[in-house]
Design a protein around this ligand. Structure first.
Ligand code: ADP
Ligand code: MG
Length: 228
C-alpha cells in the first residue's frame, strides 16, 4: 500500500542527433523505473544507443525529450553547476576504458571524486582503502595504473565510482576490453559490490553471459527498452 516511489525513473526519454543525411532518432521513448539497490542489465547491438542512454542518465548528455527522476529530484532541471554537484554526489560511472590518471597511484585515483566535496580527508581515505581491500587490491594501493593488469585497473575504476557512496552506478561495457575469464570476475564483482553498497546499477553490456546474471534485463530495440 505504502509503495515508495521509484528511486530512478525514466519517462519517455528521446534523443535525436543531427546526422549529415537528416536527423537520427536514437532513443524513441525509453521508460524505466528502478527501486533503491536494484540492478539492471541493458544489451543491444553496437549503435543501438546504449551509451547515449547511459550518458543521459549520468547527466553527461541531455535528452531531446522526456523526464528523469533520481531519488526524487529532477536533475535535468538544474543548471550546469548544480548538475555537476548532483552527479558527483549521486552517480558513479565505470567506462569501457578505465580512464584512470596515469600519474596518480591507485589510491589517489580512487580519491579523485572526493576532491570537489572538500578533499580526501581521513574518512575518505579509509573508505578508499576498504574498497580496494574489498576488490583484492589492498597490496596495490601505491602502484600506478601502468603497473597493474587490465582487470585490476577496472577494479580500481569500480572503487573510484563507488567512493562517494552514489545512489546510482552506471557501467558502460565495463568488461568489454577484458579477456573472458577476467571479464567474468570483474562482472561478478560489480554485481556483488553494488548489492553490498546498496547502489542501483545499470550495466550496459555486449555480453549475454554477464547480462544473464542480472535479475532484470532489457534490450534496446528501436530506441526503446524491451524486457528480456
Ligand atoms: P552503442 O553504445 O549502443 O553502441 P551509441 O549510443 O554510442 O551506441 O550510438 C548510437 C547511435 O547514435 C550511433 O549510430 C551513433 O553514431 C550515433 N551518435 C552517437 N553520438 C552522436 C553524436 N554526438 N552525433 C551524431 N550521432 C551520434
Ligand atoms: Mg557504446
Amino acid at each position: 500500500m505504502n509503495e515508495s516511489p521509484p528511486a530512478l525513473q525514466l519517462s519517455q526519454i528521446t534523443k535525436r542527433f543531427a546526422g549529415t543525411a537528416g536527423p537520427l532518432d536514437i532513443l524513441n521513448g525509453v521508460d524505466l523505473a528502478m527501486s533503491g539497490g536494484e540492478a539492471v542489465a541493458v544489451t543491444g547491438p553496437s549503435g543501438s544507443g546504449k551509451s547515449t542512454l547511459l550518458y543521459i542518465v549520468g547527466l553527461l548528455d541531455e535528452p531531446t525529450g522526456g523526464t528523469l527522476t533520481i531519488t526524487g529530484e529532477q536533475p535535468l532541471e538544474f543548471d550546469t553547476a548544480a548538475q555537476a554537484r548532483f552527479r558527483n554526489r549521486n552517480i558513479g560511472f565505470v567506462f569501457q576504458d578505465h580512464h584512470l590518471l596515469p600519474q596518480l597511484t591507485v589510491l589517489e585515483n580512487v580519491l579523485i571524486p572526493t576532491l570537489p566535496l572538500g578533499g580526501a580527508d581521513a574518512t575518505a581515505e579509509t573508505r578508499a582503502r576498504q574498497l580496494l581491500e574489498r576488490v583484492g587490491l589492498g597490496e596495490r594501493i601505491d602502484h600506478r595504473p601502468a603497473r597493474i593488469s587490465g582487470g585490476e585497473r577496472q577494479r580500481v575504476a569500480v572503487c573510484r565510482a563507488l567512493i562517494n557512496q552514489p545512489k546510482l552506478l552506471l557501467a558502460d561495457e565495463p568488461t568489454g576490453n577484458l579477456d573472458q575469464a577476467t571479464a567474468e570476475s570483474v562482472g561478478s564483482l560489480l554485481l556483488e559490490i553494488a548489492a553490498e553498497q546498496q547502489t542501483m546499477l545499470i550495466c550496459v553490456t555486449h555480453s549475454l553471459e554477464l547480462a544473464g546474471r542480472f535479475p532484470r534485463r532489457y534490450e534496446l530495440v528501436g530506441g526503446r527498452l524491451e524486457p528480456r
